[in-house]
Ligand binder design. Structure first.
Ligand SMILES: Nc1ncnc2c1ncn2[C@@H]1O[C@H](COP(=O)(O)OP(=O)(O)OP(=O)(O)O)[C@@H](O)[C@H]1O
Ligand SMILES: [Mg+2]
Length: 338
């Protein structure tokens, strides 16, 4: 479905507030930052910002900054001249050029390199940039919309995101509430997605959900937010017995199986070697200082994760079920950044 045709559903006060903020922000021509957990609708809001803006008839260009390595991303965004790097056979216009007079949506903007961030800042401030491999200054008139699911001020404090670009983007920050904070919308969304599948299946009507199922959906935490709800509902309706029986079965975790391969252990389970050491230590030493012990334990966990993953911080973060930025924050806290 074309982005301008997507319906945005929700009636909860926190969501309506966000929709109103997005409608207001669509009117001004400054950069906007959209923040929210995965699956909360950042992309939908970004397209609303464009299609409600005076630029709506121009290009709406989308780039997922996490999908390309740093060097390729710069050429993707700013374009390149022939021969500017191995494989650059012809001149290529960048996405900023393509979005001229329209809007550019930089999804996962926090993953851009500091060099790319500097160039993005220059474009948002002066509208000027250079293609990779060229000294010629070009102009473009782009409305920038950035999105991320990480806390950019913390990333800026850690030196991973430029403060000046953050200030520039922070003119208008739209933060999407997670689904668990807008429970009023769960059933409305579930019915909307269910009806769509019923239509696809050419059912005469949508039978709805049983009371038990409604309770389960209302109680569940929805870590994957609306995308997860949509998938769960679609699965339930596709597998429903027939169109006249209320839907009374959903699978919240499709990976659940007695034969599921063993993965990483959650941190709450005392499975790491360090846990055993710490437990023994605590037992042997009698009364312990809570704060100190926790900190020592954290530090050992971090050191252990780094060592196990050959000091690759991204892998260590994954190993500990932390985001990369959370890990960096912890490493900084424990003076382990080297
Ligand atoms: N309010 C809403 N009404 C209807 N559908 C929605 C709503 N919010 C999100 N969706 C749907 O949920 C899915 C996820 O939304 P979207 O891709 O915008 O999330 P996101 O925040 O960009 O996620 P990610 O961080 O994983 O990229 C999409 O299929 C989208 O159409
Ligand atoms: Mg997205």
């Amino acid at each position: 479905m074309a982005p301008e045709q997507q319906i945005i559903i929700g009636e909860s006060p926190s969501f309506l507030e966000v929709i109103e903020q997005a409608s207001r922000a669509a009117g001004h021509d400054r950069a906007v930052l959209v923040i929210g957990e995965r699956g909360t609708g950042k992309e939908l809001i970004a397209s609303r910002l464009h299609f409600l803006s005076p630029r709506w008839e121009q290009n709406f260009v989308q780039v997922n900054c996490a999908s390309l390595p740093d060097t390729l991303l710069e050429s993707e965004l700013f374009g390149h001249e022939a021969g500017s790097f191995t494989g650059a056979t012809g001149r290529r216009i960048g996405r900023f050029e393509e979005a001229d007079k329209g809007s550019l949506f930089l999804d996962e903007i926090a993953t851009t390199s500091l060099t790319a961030q500097e160039k993005i800042l220059r474009i948002t401030e002066y509208g000027t940039y250079q293609r990779v491999g060229s000294n010629k200054t070009l102009n473009t008139d782009v409305r920038l919309i950035g999105a991320t699911n990480i806390d950019l001020p913390s990333a800026a404090d850690l030196g991973e995101f430029r403060h000046d670009l953050l200030d520039r983007l922070a003119l208008d920050v739209i933060t999407l509430p997670p689904l668990r904070a807008r429970k009023e919308d769960i059933l409305i969304l579930a019915t909307h997605f269910g009806q769509k599948v019923a239509q696809e299946l050419e059912w005469s009507s949508f039978p709805g959900y049983s009371n038990e199922l409604t309770d389960i959906m209302m109680e569940y935490n929805w870590p994957g937010n609306i995308r997860e709800l949509k998938n769960v509902v679609e699965r339930a309706v596709y597998y429903a017995e027939h169109e006249h029986k209320v839907i009374d079965h959903i699978i919240l975790d499709p990976f659940q199986s007695p034969f599921r391969p063993k993965g990483k252990k959650p941190l709450t389970e005392p499975t790491h070697d360090v846990t055993i050491t710490q437990t023994n230590e605590i037992k042997n030493q009698g009364p312990a200082d809570y704060q100190q012990t926790v900190e020592r334990f954290e530090k050992e966990l971090l050191q252990n994760a780094l060592k196990t993953n050959k000091f690759n911080q991204r892998l260590a973060a994954e190993y500990l079920s932390l985001s990369y930025h959370q890990l960096r924050h912890q490493l900084k806290k424990h003076n382990l950044l080297g």
